[in-house]
Design a protein around this ligand. Sequence first.
Ligand code: MG
Length: 336
Amino acid sequence: MRIKLEHGAGGEIMEELIRDVILRNLTLTSAGGIGLDALDDGASIPFGDRHLVFTIDGHTVRPLFFPGGDIGRLAISGTVNDLSVMGAKPLALANAMIIGEGFEGENFERILKSMDETAREVPVSIITGDTKVVEDKIGIFVITAGIGIAERPVSDAGALVGDAVLVSGTLGDHGIAIMSHREGIAFETELKSDVAPIWDVVNAVAGAIGWENIHAMKDPTRGGLSNALNEMANKANVGILVKESEIPIKPEVKAASDMLGISPYDVANEGKVVMIVPKEYAEDALKAMRRTKHGKDAAIIGEVMEKYRGKVILETGIGGKRFLEPPLGDPVPRVC
Ligand code: MG
């Protein structure tokens, strides 16, 4: 076997690589809590009466500077968001940078300043790191690990029949903004990535309805909403029904995705959370999200059902229904 680009694209092909190669070769994969084999957004380690949550992400996005953000903002947000959707308050980050020889110092500093600014928004400190320079002209890769603390970790597998499904805002912004930028598609309103840390959104909901009432959470990054919902349906062995008319999508994202022939449901978001809560708490969760800076466009988009276990059904605008399949890989490469 040789590694192909699809093996890192966040869809079914990547999942095969993780299950059939990575998990077959690594044999100690749990520290007593949620371990590697759970394939969740992060791992947990029981610690006294609470849980440490630990996660790491490598960032390879191209271009390094894109509308709405850059690799620095992405690296902080990506790791903070994986901690947040595990139900963990971000405590500290580690930052490793692999830089290609010849990389422009000015750009390097611009990336660091952006990381600092984003970390201050959370706030979370960057307390350790590593810097390597290689002779290959790779530009820069930024790898961030994060540690957080949770009263009660929230997995992505806890959806129950009858629950409501919420999203914290518009879908497809990051992937479609990057692809439009690369393709040079111009619109009257500039498409911007949604890249942002969303601890405020998650924490506001927990404050309103309690951690115990957040049954499942996930950040819909590579593979987008389609991938996140399918993983949640599959892991909990439930069906998920979402209504197309309720899924918030910016008109310019819709227009660009039509032009590119890419579904906004299949591409990465970098400042959103998909949350599953009991139906009776859905309105309170929605209100809490909408009061936050990054949750203004939050919506209840569907429900968890007994039928179609392991599947996601999309109810289309004209009243039809179809399966919302997980993409084989995110249609936009090098997106995070
Ligand atoms: Mg994640």
